[in-house]
Design a protein. Structure first.
Length: 185
């Protein structure tokens, strides 16, 4: 009976759903000097489909309203129109665009990231560990905020800016753990 169930799961594929909200961390930095504020974001939803040894779909939704930072003034500024405008754009998403083999633990996730209503392809190096009925995806990814229309005090957009210049790149990292469930379709 177990063999039959395993064969059916391989044929039909399987879905991966986030077991619970997971915390991601972010880090920005000043373009000059050592200031590098950090904070957190919460994953609202994550789901994926696995067929055999291939990750065929992955969707991650981040609740931008959970953007947090210990300095309340900075937190509020990051949430407003100058940066992530979370009232108008309450979620950010990542959708896998190419299936990947799960043979190696280190893989490259190619997909479309949407932040602040703007979409761009991102290639995210990730460590994927599949164990029994669970999957864990860990990543540490540097991305360019200006691609998503976040240009406040950007040195590439405002070349003559002398003070308070903020680097275009920021780091998003974390681990999303999920449980593998059978495809019900």
């Amino acid at each position: 009976m177990k063999k039959l169930l395993a064969i059916l799961l391989l044929i039909m594929g399987s879905f991966v759903h986030a077991q619970e909200n997971k915390t991601l961390t972010w880090q920005g930095r000043a373009a000059v000097g050592g200031y590098a504020p950090e904070g957190t974001l919460e994953v609202m939803e994550a789901s994926a489909q696995i067929q055999g040894d291939r990750l065929t779909s992955l969707s991650v939704v981040v609740d931008m309203r959970t953007l947090d930072q210990e300095n309340s003034q900075l937190k509020n500024h990051l949430r407003d129109k100058d940066f992530f405008h979370v009232k108008k754009f309450p979620v950010a998403t990542f959708m896998l665009s190419e299936a990947v083999q799960l043979n190696d633990s280190d893989i490259l996730l190619k997909g479309i990231m949407t932040i602040r209503g703007k979409s761009s392809e991102e290639k995210i190096k990730a460590e994927v560990i599949k164990q029994d009925d669970n999957i864990s995806i860990s990543f540490d990814h540097t991305m360019d905020r200006t691609v998503y229309g976040i240009t406040y005090n950007s040195p590439t957009v405002f070349e003559k800016l002398k003070e308070n210049v903020i680097a275009d790149d920021f780091i998003l990292k974390g681990t999303i753990e999920a449980e593998i469930k059978a495809d019900e379709n």
